[in-house]
Design a protein around this ligand. Structure first.
Ligand SMILES: [Zn+2]
Ligand SMILES: [Zn+2]
Length: 381
């Protein structure tokens, strides 16, 4: 999975009697797959060779990298290694699926995990979720370097810039194969920094006279932190809306990736105790998903939150290809209500988590691999 398509990422390295698995994600159904909710990778080969599997290593906690783990664990009993935030999200997911595994292992950036003949080095990187890693895997025939989903961010919000020094050292020693995130290979220039958004959020908050609703990906903890910080400055209370948003905010707060003073958060049932200009709602639904919180608000179908003329809705995300129609529908419904809508075509309120051309060139220049496989892209990428 994950090659020739964006989604259900899973990569298997095999040498002699050892197999190591990189990521185990879910895919998204194509339009013609009617009645199908999720797509998972075909793991027949792994089931047939289960005695060889030494473990699964996780690059980061996005659904397209961890979403199929519960299904795999029902057939295979294997240890999982990942950084703290990824493991936190996996734990939560396994709990929801009622799948038990005692074999979840926290790894820190800089650690090496020995799995049979493979030595897996977790290297700090930047992405639209905390704790993302590049993996340098030393094998008996050379180093396989997997970038994971990455961007190069010199001014990240929370966390540190990608560990270019360690990556360069691998390049100097020699890399047999590089597998690099190719999602944004069509975009010229460098990917913008998360830190570049701060002033734009401040401006929008400054101008807003009534309620603000911000829709973003639940896993984009750094974006949520920016909204929380703006809420604090402009003395607005925060309502967290949508199941995945509530889940991720809880994991991120518990593990220390998100800083929210408890008095800032209010229960959605108390929303009417506050004036409109004292509120910001952080919500799911940035892709126009029909059941998500924002779509319900737009359709006047949300049981607790009502949008009125003069409210501001910020859609802090870009459309995943295929979702444009549903997002447009939500935007139109919001305009119908005379709500101010701010989305990425109007103002910079979103940055991509994936490397653009200049970042990809830098990565390749540092690694100088003998072989190269672009991953995390369709054929055209
Ligand atoms: Zn990702
Ligand atoms: Zn991904």
């Amino acid at each position: 999975g994950g090659l020739g398509e964006i989604g259900k990422n899973i990569t298997v390295l095999e040498y002699g009697d050892d197999i190591v698995i990189i990521d185990c994600g879910m895919g998204f159904p194509e339009d013609e797959m009617l009645g199908i909710d999720i797509v998972i990778p075909d793991i027949t080969y792994l089931v047939n060779n289960k005695e060889k599997i030494r473990g699964i290593v996780i690059t980061h906690g996005h659904e397209d990298h961890i979403g199929s783990i519960p299904y795999l664990l029902r057939k295979l009993d294997v240890p999982i290694y990942g950084t703290r935030f990824s493991i936190g999200l996996i734990e939560k997911k396994l709990l929801e699926h009622q799948v038990k595994t005692p074999q979840l292992h926290n790894v820190s950036h800089g650690d090496r995990v020995e799995l049979g003949c493979f030595s897996v080095h977790f290297i700090r990187s930047n992405h639209s979720i905390p704790d993302a890693s590049c993996l340098a895997i030393t094998t008996p025939i050379g180093v396989v370097f997997h970038t994971g989903d990455f961007k190069i961010d010199y001014t990240p919000v929370g966390g540190l810039p990608i560990d270019l020094q360690t990556i360069a050292e691998y390049g100097k020693k020699g890399v047999l194969l590089a597998m690099s995130d190719s999602t944004n290979v069509e975009s010229p220039g460098s990917s913008m920094s998360e830190g570049s958004l701060t002033n734009n959020f401040t401006d929008i908050f400054k101008k807003a006279k009534k309620r603000i609703v911000v829709a973003t990906f639940a896993s984009n903890v750094y974006r949520i932190q920016q909204i929380v910080d703006a809420a604090k400055i402009f003395k607005r209370k925060i309502v967290i809306s949508g199941r995945s948003m509530v889940n991720v905010v809880q994991v991120a707060t518990d593990l220390g990736y998100l800083t929210i003073s408890p008095e800032l958060i209010i229960n959605v049932n108390d929303i009417n105790k506050y004036k409109d200009k004292e509120l910001v709602v952080i919500s799911t639904g940035s892709q126009g998903e029909p059941m998500a919180a924002l779509s319900r608000m737009a359709a006047s179908d949300h049981r607790k939150i009502e949008l009125k003329e003069g409210d501001t809705v910020i859609i802090s995300a870009s459309a995943i290809p295929g979702n444009e129609k549903t997002i447009n529908k939500v935007i139109n419904q919001l305009y119908e209500k005379n709500v101010e809508v701010v989305y990425d075509k109007m103002q910079d309120i979103h940055v991509s988590g994936h490397a653009k051309q200049e970042d990809l060139k830098l990565m390749l220049t540092l690694l100088q691999p003998k072989f190269f496989i672009p991953v995390h892209g369709e054929r055209r990428h």
